[in-house]
Design a protein around this ligand. Structure first.
Ligand code: CFN
Ligand code: HCA
Length: 541
């Protein structure tokens, strides 16, 4: 097969040879050749070696940018220097649409305390209070969230105390803070965890009266409406006649969070970023959760069937089958058209903590092979599947995030199901619905899986295996294109999308056909191929 011919072990040898000894030893634990029948261990969620150019982001990005950012009617204030707020301002392309025109929508804004040197010396809490007062005066929001950036933690500003004081000053406004300083974890992943805890502590479970139209209702967790993905999913649920109580957090509202505990079932799209909330909803409110995937037509059909199966209602099951059959007509026509060109082509993908897995489905629908893939900050369970006992400790000098998990407080919440009922549900459900696969379960034998890919490794991969399309983010984009390889961003979809569900799959087939089958990049010459360059080599001893 193609994978055998390409000899993936060549990469490991070459790259490891180029690193200093200690670096080579550590990096080689994060570079593995896959075998789905006997899944090897992969080192992940550990600190990037200083000096290596990683593609990871920070804890603040995971908390403010990712989990809380896409909510429409909470004013998200970045407490920090202006750059943190500015560079996380709409770059993720999470979209919004209001149910009614009079509803709040703060997504087009970015709010920041714009910390200066003097605030570093004398403290920034007063400036934060002024910012909160100004936000209330100008926007009169239902909620205000404060996000700490690195300097805030270093100088010791207490955003939680400020939040409490401001809540007293403005009793109608829900004001809460996050200690999500960029350095708190090894990646965005710590920020997800901190955000999940905050959602649970300050929002979920505070309102028992959701707007419900249908008999059954679900939460869609870990879906952030990038390029309008959540809109497509919302429309699909409308067609099958099931309510979505809360999306976390694409196109969401404070009310959605507050009523999330009234849903019957939680679907978890991006497990990495929201598994903590899913677990907490299950333990304290008796809402079981299952992994779901709306990336890929087959995956979408499977997810919808899971919903039908969960509720066990024949009418719903029939409706779901009708919708699937109807949608698959256009999907099959689009696949057939694209596949004529895409069949047999190759892809590589390195993205965050779930997409590098989910998007492989779309490529296989196009007849394309994923040769190499990896997450920036996934954990072992995201790679190896559910029953992974974490044997690798988080570096001692980063905080152990497990300690800051908020465990359900029984004095505040009344479980809606008894322990027994829940145990029964879970049991039925684990076997039948809750297939808990990681990336490596779904990748072929002999493919390469690499965690926290470095920039150097990326260049080596491209040189050695020349994929037809390379998928990653903005930091990789132009380097890859200059190397003559078509590049597709799987974070913000470049200007494209939606790519979720049936409608999104069709968009994706068209875009990939255009990108991967274009010869334009092969014809271009990078500056270093056109002009003479002076190269120097640093030799390690
Ligand atoms: S939208 Fe999600 S799907 S939330 Fe996460 S792990 Fe990031 S911002 Mo970029 S695109 Fe990416 Fe995932 Fe979940 Fe996005 S793959 S890196 S933190 N991610
Ligand atoms: C983040 C957000 C990001 C960055 C994408 C990229 C996103 O991690 O802070 O590197 O291109 O999806 O916008 O992941």
């Amino acid at each position: 097969t193609l994978i055998d011919e390409l000899e993936m072990s060549k990469f490991t040898e070459e790259v490891v040879k180029a690193y200093p000894k200690k670096v080579a030893k550590k990096r080689s634990k994060s570079i593995v050749i896959n075998d789905p029948d006997s899944i090897p261990q992969i080192q992940s969620n550990v600190r990037t070696i200083p000096g290596i150019i990683t593609q990871r982001g920070c804890t603040y990005a995971g908390c403010k940018g990712v989990v809380l950012g896409p909510t429409r009617d909470i004013v998200n204030i970045t407490h920090g220097p202006i750059g943190c707020g500015f560079y996380s301002w709409l770059t993720r392309r999470n979209q919004t649409r209001a149910d009614k025109p009079e509803m709040d929508n703060f997504i087009p804004y970015t709010f920041s305390t714009d910390m200066q040197d003097s605030n570093i010396v004398f403290g920034g809490e007063e400036k934060l209070k002024v910012a909160i007062r100004e936000a209330v005066e100008l926007f009169n929001p239902k909620g205000i969230a404060i996000f700490s950036t690195c300097p805030v933690g270093l100088i010791g500003d207490d955003v939680h105390r400020v939040a409490r004081q401001m809540k007293e000053e403005f009793p109608g406004v829900n004001i809460f803070g996050f200690s999500c300083e960029g350095y708190r974890g090894v990646s965005q992943s710590a920020g997800h965890h901190i955000a999940n805890n905050g959602l649970y502590k300050h929002l979920i479970g505070r309102n028992d009266n959701p707007t419900r139209k249908y008999k059954y209702a679900v939460n869609v967790l870990g879906e952030y409406n990038i390029g309008g993905d959540a809109f497509v999913i919302e429309d699909l649920f409308e067609r099958i006649g099931v309510d979505i109580i809360a999306t976390m957090s694409g196109n969401s509202t404070l009310e959605q969070f507050e009523t999330a505990h009234t849903a019957d079932f939680s679907l978890v799209m991006c497990h990495r970023s929201i598994n903590y909330v899913a677990e907490m909803l299950e333990t304290s409110f008796g809402i079981p959760w299952a992994k779901a995937n709306f990336i890929g037509a087959e995956a979408t059909a499977k997810t919808l069937r899971k919903v039908g199966q969960y509720f066990g209602d024949q009418e719903l099951i029939d409706r779901i089958e009708e919708v699937i059959a109807d949608e698959m007509k256009a999907v099959n026509a689009a696949i057939e058209k694209a596949r004529a060109k895409t069949e047999g082509k190759t892809a590589m993908m390195f993205v965050g903590g779930s997409r590098a897995h989910h998007y492989q489905e779309l490529f296989s629908e196009l007849g394309m092979e994923t040769l190499v893939a990896g997450y920036e900050f996934g954990h072992r369970d995201d790679y190896e599947g559910r029953r992974v006992i974490p044997t690798i400790q988080i570096d001692a000098d980063s905080r152990n995030i497990e300690e800051i998990t908020v465990y359900p407080d029984p004095t505040r919440y009344k479980p809606r199901k008894t322990e027994e009922e829940l145990a029964q549900l879970r049991e039925a459900f684990d076997i039948e619905f809750n297939e808990y696969k990681g990336m490596m379960n779904d990748m072929k034998k002999g493919t390469l899986v690499i965690d926290d890919l470095s920039h150097y490794e990326m260049e080596k991969l491209i040189e050695l295996y020349k994929p037809d399309v390379f998928c990653a983010g903005i930091k990789e984009k132009y380097v890859v294109q200059k190397m003559g390889i078509p590049m597709k961003q799987l974070h913000n979809y470049d200007n494209g999308g939606p790519y979720a569900a049936f409608e999104g799959a069709i968009n994706f087939y068209k875009d990939i056909e255009m990108i991967a089958c274009s010869t334009i990049f092969k014809q271009m010459k990078a500056p270093w191929e056109r002009e003479e360059v002076l190269e120097a080599e640093y030799v390690f001893n």
